[in-house]
Unconditional design. Structure first.
Length: 411
């Protein structure tokens, strides 16, 4: 009797036939057709907000960093040798400083992702995508690590541990590098306005959509050939919708942004200095530097895509961290921020720019992702296979896009 009284006091039982707000929303959010429309709309809003909010902040930060670079140069010149001043201003500030302009883009992106996750929507996205995931031999649960890949491919690969089937897990791991991570998105957001102006958001959205279609095509091919396996049922609890806990959102944004700043102050800074050294020595003209020698070795391949040695070297250094692509361009063009944008707009044709963006979005994942893929698969064979697959796709698509765009746009 005492237990019964406690239960009557503590439990609230809805009236029979009463429909909760979550049920009402889920009638639309999990609908086979309307749910997909909503998901595409959510992704579109993510891109729209990133451009409308983050780009002005990026331009403001770019102007502050440029002014800081000039101030540092003026302060150091009377006291330091010329090479040391150039190292600090062009190598460190010109390379890692340019990467720091990604910070507003990534902060806005991570904030939106944290809100979607904490509100309970991401679970619905997995449910909606279940039918499409089955088409490539997976199920809706695989959508969660794939979606996480938009932030960073490294935790996305680690997130495949939630998948019970070894075949499904391996296939998901192999597909994750085709999801454009925030670093690739930062490169895309930085470069697309340079070449496509007001059409940049549409170009960026088109490239991301193209990546996802490519992911589905590759997944379909692998699930029908190398990774055939039995299909498993998709069972997942859908949490109630609720307002995000802003403390949790803030902590998630802080964690991801802090990781980015650590990378900018660590491996990216080191790479910026290394690239600066290789871009100056042994000297006697830009065509005789060490980086140019690396680039010229790949020139026959780059010619198929209309790319010169500087673009090829940027792609090479992007293997360490994708943020290095812009940092390398800033060092090689001896400019950063607005100056780099102007230099690229004056020297790179539209077909080459489009091919470069496509290759950047598709080619081999960063070094950290490669290491984690090796760790999670336990096999260098599958790791090297994934690297070769993405590199082959990137080159083939880069050649095709360049020639198609050259025929259509000229250049």
């Amino acid at each position: 009797e005492w237990i019964a009284r406690l239960m009557r006091a503590a439990l609230r039982q809805p009236r029979r036939g009463q429909i909760s707000l979550t049920d009402r929303i889920d009638r639309i959010a999990t609908h086979p057709f309307l749910g997909l429309v909503i998901l595409l709309g959510v992704l579109g809003v993510v891109f729209f907000l990133t451009y409308t909010i983050a780009l002005p902040l990026q331009e403001w930060l770019d102007a502050r960093l440029t002014a800081f670079q000039r101030t540092v140069s003026a302060w150091l010149q009377p006291h330091w040798p010329e090479w040391a001043v150039a190292l600090v201003t062009d190598g460190i500030l010109g390379g890692a400083g340019t990467v720091l302009t990604f910070f507003p883009i990534l902060a806005v992106f991570f904030f939106i992702m944290a809100v979607l996750e904490d509100s309970g929507y991401l679970a619905r996205a997995a449910f909606v995508m279940d039918r499409f995931m089955h088409a490539i031999g997976l199920h809706g649960k695989s959508f969660l690590p794939l979606f996480l890949g938009f932030g960073c491919n490294v935790p996305a690969v680690l997130g495949t541990r939630i998948l019970e089937s070894p075949t499904s897990r391996l296939l998901t791991i192999l597909l994750i590098p085709l999801v454009p991570c925030s670093a690739r998105w930062g490169v895309l957001t930085f470069l697309a306005p340079v070449f496509f102006g007001r059409q940049a958001p549409w170009v960026a959205w088109g490239l991301v959509a193209f990546n996802l279609l490519l992911l589905m095509g590759v997944g379909l091919a692998l699930s029908r050939t190398l990774l055939r396996g039995g299909r498993e049922a998709f069972i997942m609890e859908l949490p109630l919708y609720h307002w995000p806990v802003w403390r949790n959102v803030a902590l998630a944004v802080w964690y991801h942004c802090l990781e980015f700043l650590k990378r900018a102050g660590g491996i990216i800074l080191v790479m910026a200095v290394v690239i600066w050294i290789l871009s100056l020595y042994p000297g006697s003209g830009v065509e005789n530097i060490w980086l140019a020698a690396f680039g010229r070795a790949l020139a026959p391949l780059g010619a198929f895509m209309g790319m010169d040695w500087r673009l090829l070297v940027a792609l090479l250094t992007g293997f360490v961290a994708k943020e290095n692509v812009v940092a390398t361009l800033g060092v090689l063009y001896h400019s950063e921020g607005a100056g780099l944008r102007q230099a690229l707009a004056e020297t790179v044709s539209l077909p080459t720019a489009l091919a470069f963006l496509v290759v950047t979005m598709v080619y081999i994942p960063c070094l950290a992702t490669v290491i984690v893929i090796r760790q999670e698969t336990g096999s260098w064979r599958w790791t090297l296979f994934d690297m070769a697959l993405t590199l082959t796709l990137a080159f083939g698509l880069g050649v095709a896009i360049y020639h198609l765009a050259a025929g259509w746009l000229g250049g």
